[in-house]
Design a protein around this ligand. Structure first.
Ligand code: TYM
Length: 329
């Protein structure tokens, strides 16, 4: 059985991009693979954050993951900081990665390059992400399009390590969904929908009520030629709505294009489809928040299982690179 691993930062609210680009695929894979899903709280330390909120956000993210359909009986959901082997391996991998390749990471270039006060952790973040994946010898990593470059780095580090120290890591493969891999901001459809977006009107949160979702989609920036055509390069706003509608309703983009000749009805029906897709998630979330202790317990058993795999990998890696172990003689 293949092993699948993916992760999400516990920063801010969960948005439609996270769901369509990642979580929906995670739910599918828990039935086909041995699945591990990690809330990467150590990654959240790379930028300024409020310590009073981090634990709460981590628990809230776990609650959302279960509400989205992850079943703790079928997959392991755990918190990165509760499996210290991730950072142990990250150090070893840092000693096998170069400044040059990390400097080329576009997310670092966008967020911090040239800024002297940027955290070292933000620079080395992709190596910690590689460790998150390689420590479980994951075959598949379901992610949105924005994580492709990080996945490529993880693959390169794994191959380099294997050729230097002998076959140790599985070389992972990114699994990017055919639809919803890059959900765009509703107010600036040339940018991806993101927690750090400048306008809250551009993001649909899984916690938004139906009226808010309707308003945000109706106000989505489009263009003024009124043609319902899928053309991401020239018509990013309409193409984004078509992708959202298709992802939420299951209808193909061609079918939707044929059914609509103006933007108003397209926007109304897209909003309705998104509202209907999110409603059961919100219902489950509202139930789960009443029993946060059981969510916390899931994280504890997830971490226990993850630690057993991660510990075995560390033993193998340590021996491969020449660290002395208690059973050396
Ligand atoms: P993060 O927390 O930013 O996002 C979690 C997942 O959501 C996807 N995503 C999107 N997909 C489509 N459209 C969007 N607008 C959109 N925004 C976010 C992301 O691609 C991601 O799959 N570095 C990772 C977390 C991470 C990780 C890992 C992932 C740490 N270690 C190991 C996989 C494996 C991140 O910041 O994701």
């Amino acid at each position: 059985m293949k092993r699948v691993l993916s992760g999400v930062q516990p920063t801010g609210d969960v948005h439609l991009g996270n769901y369509l680009g990642a979580f929906r695929g995670w739910v599918q894979e828990q039935s086909n693979c041995e699945a591990l899903y990690c809330i990467v709280d150590l990654h959240a330390l790379t930028v300024d954050y409020d310590p009073k909120e981090l634990a709460e956000r981590t628990l809230d993210m776990a609650t959302y993951l279960i509400a989205c359909g992850l079943d703790p009986q079928r997959c392991s959901i755990f918190v990165q900081s509760q499996v210290p082997q991730h950072t142990y391996l990250a150090w070893i991998l840092e000693c096998n990665a170069s400044m040059g390749e990390l400097s080329r990471m576009t997310q670092f270039k966008d967020k911090g390059k040239g800024n002297d006060s940027v955290k070292v952790g933000l620079f080395t973040y992709p190596v910690l992400m590689a460790a998150d994946i390689l420590i479980y010898n994951a075959d598949l990593v379901p992610v949105g399009d924005d994580q492709r470059q990080h996945l490529e780095l993880a693959r390169n580090i794994a191959m380099r390590f294997n050729s230097k120290y002998g076959a140790t890591f599985t070389v992972p493969q990114a699994q990017v969904p055919p639809l919803g891999a890059r959900v765009m901001d509703l107010q600036d459809p040339t940018k991806k929908m993101s927690k750090s977006s400048s306008s809250p009107q551009g993001i649909i949160l899984l916690s938004d009520d139906p009226a808010t979702i309707d308003k945000k989609i109706k106000r989505a920036v489009t263009d003024n030629d009124s043609l319902v055509n899928y053309d991401p390069e020239h018509k990013p706003g309409i193409s984004n709505l078509l992708e959202l509608f298709s992802s939420a309703s299951g209808q193909s983009i061609e079918q939707i294009q044929q059914n609509y000749t103006s933007y108003g009805p397209l926007k109304s029906d897209t909003a309705q489809a998104v509202i209907e897709m999110i409603a059961p998630i919100q219902e489950r979330y509202n139930e789960l928040v009443k029993d946060r202790k059981s969510v916390l317990d899931c994280l504890a058993s997830g971490a226990e299982h993850a630690t057993s795999i991660a510990g075995a990998t560390i033993d193998q890696v340590a021996s491969a690179i020449g660290l002395i172990r208690p059973d050396y003689i």
